[in-house]
Design a protein around this ligand. Structure first.
Ligand SMILES: CC(C)(COP(=O)(O)OP(=O)(O)OC[C@H]1O[C@@H](n2cnc3c(N)ncnc32)[C@H](O)[C@@H]1OP(=O)(O)O)[C@@H](O)C(=O)NCCC(=O)NCCS
Length: 197
């Protein structure tokens, strides 16, 4: 259960830049990547924060320390991820499938909760808050294939398969592209899971 002391706060791009190191540290721990990964990812995360429709949310403990982070932006032609997914969709389902999903979507780019704070509802809370009010028709994300807590979360909030076992250029791991229409249905009738619930 999300503890009463967990706060969920929207991030401006400036807030995000100020917390970049902290956010990357959570990402590296959550994904179990080697520590050097943070440095590699930093320029990309900074570039993301400049994109059209960027928004982020943070989960903080009572002392203001970051427990979790989620961000995304409007997906657009010319972006690497968009073009990779278009290629995969055209190959598997044709132009119509690509247009359906890619015409107007929000890319949920990153969502991570520190391992010590996982399994308390923080991830779902971040995801719901991040997507609440997003003006796009769809939300899309990519996640490594295989059972994980992330998969359970995405299924629980209604994400469906868009592409499975997809290989992004330069990455040997198979990924799933998942998506759904926006807005999300409220959990149990409330619009957003309240902090402290
Ligand atoms: C994926 C991730 C962000 C999910 O965050 P989380 O806080 O662990 O996940 P949830 O909010 O879904 O909570 C998970 C558990 O808490 C419980 N829970 C969910 N909502 C709850 C709520 N409102 N109150 C209490 N408990 C809740 C559920 O029972 C769930 O259990 P389960 O995972 O066994 O099904 C997090 O696990 C993580 O960082 N994983 C590693 C990194 C990663 O894979 N990121 C995504 C890459 S695509």
């Amino acid at each position: 259960m999300t503890t009463v002391s967990t706060q969920f706060v929207p991030l401006t791009a400036d807030d995000f830049r100020a917390r970049l190191r902290e956010a990357l540290a959570i990402y590296v721990e959550a994904m179990r990547y080697p520590p050097g990964t943070a440095e590699q990812r930093a320029p990309m995360w900074l570039t993301h924060a400049l994109r059209d429709g960027w928004r982020g949310f943070a989960a903080l403990d009572a002392d203001g320390r970051l427990l979790g982070i989620a961000y995304g932006y409007r997906g657009n032609p010319g972006q690497w991820w968009h073009e990779q997914v278009r290629r995969g969709l055209v190959r598997s389902g044709g132009e119509a499938a690509a247009d359906h999903w890619l015409a107007d979507y929000f890319e949920l780019t990153e969502i991570h909760v520190h391992p010590r704070s996982q399994a308390h509802g923080i991830g779902e809370n971040l995801l719901r808050r991040l997507l609440d009010g997003v003006p796009n028709r769809h939300v899309l994300l990519s996640t490594p294939e295989g059972p994980s807590r992330a998969w359970k979360l995405y299924r629980r909030v209604g994400f469906v398969d868009v592409l499975r076992d997809y290989h992004f250029a330069g990455d040997p791991r198979p990924f799933a592209i998942l998506g759904r229409a926006l807005p999300l249905e409220p959990p149990g009738g409330a619009s957003v899971t309240p902090a402290g619930s």
